[in-house]
Design a protein around this ligand. Structure first.
Ligand SMILES: NC(=O)c1ccc[n+]([C@@H]2O[C@H](COP(=O)([O-])OP(=O)(O)OC[C@H]3O[C@@H](n4cnc5c(N)ncnc54)[C@H](OP(=O)(O)O)[C@@H]3O)[C@@H](O)[C@H]2O)c1
Length: 223
């Protein structure tokens, strides 16, 4: 991973932050993004440098905003001219019965978790050299009550991942599916995000076998 350019969306907290630390300690060049958490993003960048990242670039990215995606591409292109690995991690969830979810709740989940991920992938595809890891979920394979919109977004991510892998056989592509992980999203209940980050790192470095477009289920790897 030394000197490889790794872009991790949503790296200001949770799974994305721990993934940034894991790649930093291997000497990667990291493109880190935050949405609302500028100070958290700056702290992550500083720690990545301390852990041994070969270089860092911190960008404010809102995956729901087309202009924000376009300007992120320009910044990355200008600094590195390529990325080796795109990790689409940014995501959000509103865990309520469907009747209690507002139209805005529905839009934010689908636009962040699915539409944004698709648009970021499309925008970076010409510059990706090795592969793409999409963070889907256990809830992209198993339905649950009070999770309808979130599940729909994550089932969608897995279908998207499979299709893109067919279109781009030269890239290594997978969905990494975490189960419950202790982050802001879950009220800090579940397994440590560093364990998920390690699975992401192992999938990226060829230490976990998968068919391109397929699933890496965290609960199976860490059982
Ligand atoms: N935690 C779990 O149990 C679990 C299980 C399965 C899958 N996942 C998935 O893992 C991924 C990471 O989630 P997490 O659990 O680590 O949650 P988290 O701690 O809440 O982190 C979410 C990250 O996404 C960023 N983000 C949110 N909306 C965004 C937007 N519109 N544009 C760009 N970035 C945005 C946040 O940025 P700011 O904080 O800067 O606003 C933050 O960095 C998500 O895709 C989630 O669905 C989580």
């Amino acid at each position: 991973m030394k000197n490889q350019v790794i872009l991790i969306t949503g790296s200001s907290s949770g799974i994305g932050r721990e993934t940034a630390y894991r790649f930093a300690s291997e000497g990667a060049k990291l493109v880190l993004t935050y949405y609302k958490g500028k100070t958290r993003g700056e702290r992550v960048e500083k720690k990545c440098r301390g852990l041994g990242a070969a270089d860092t670039l911190l960008i404010n990215l809102n995956v729901m905003d087309n202009k924000s995606i376009a300007s992120t591409v320009v910044k990355v292109q200008k600094k590195y001219g390529r990325i080796d690995l795109l990790i689409n991690n940014a995501g959000t969830g509103v865990f309520l019965p469907l009747k209690d979810q507002t139209v805005r709740d529905i839009e934010i989940q689908l636009r962040t978790n699915l539409e944004g991920l698709i648009k970021v992938t499309r925008a970076f595809l010409p510059f990706i050299r090795k592969g793409i890891i999409n963070i889907a979920s256990f809830l992209g394979k198993h339905a649950g009550s009070e999770l309808a919109t979130y599940c729909a977004s994550k089932y969608g991510v897995r279908g998207f991942t499979q299709s893109v892998a067919e279109e781009y056989p030269g890239l290594i592509i997978c969905s990494v599916n975490p189960d419950e992980t202790a982050t802001h999203l879950t009220g800090y209940s579940g397994r440590p995000p560093s364990e998920v980050a390690d699975v992401i790192f192992r999938a990226a470095s060829g230490k976990i076998r998968f068919k391109s477009g397929g699933d890496v289920d965290v609960w199976k790897i860490l059982k």
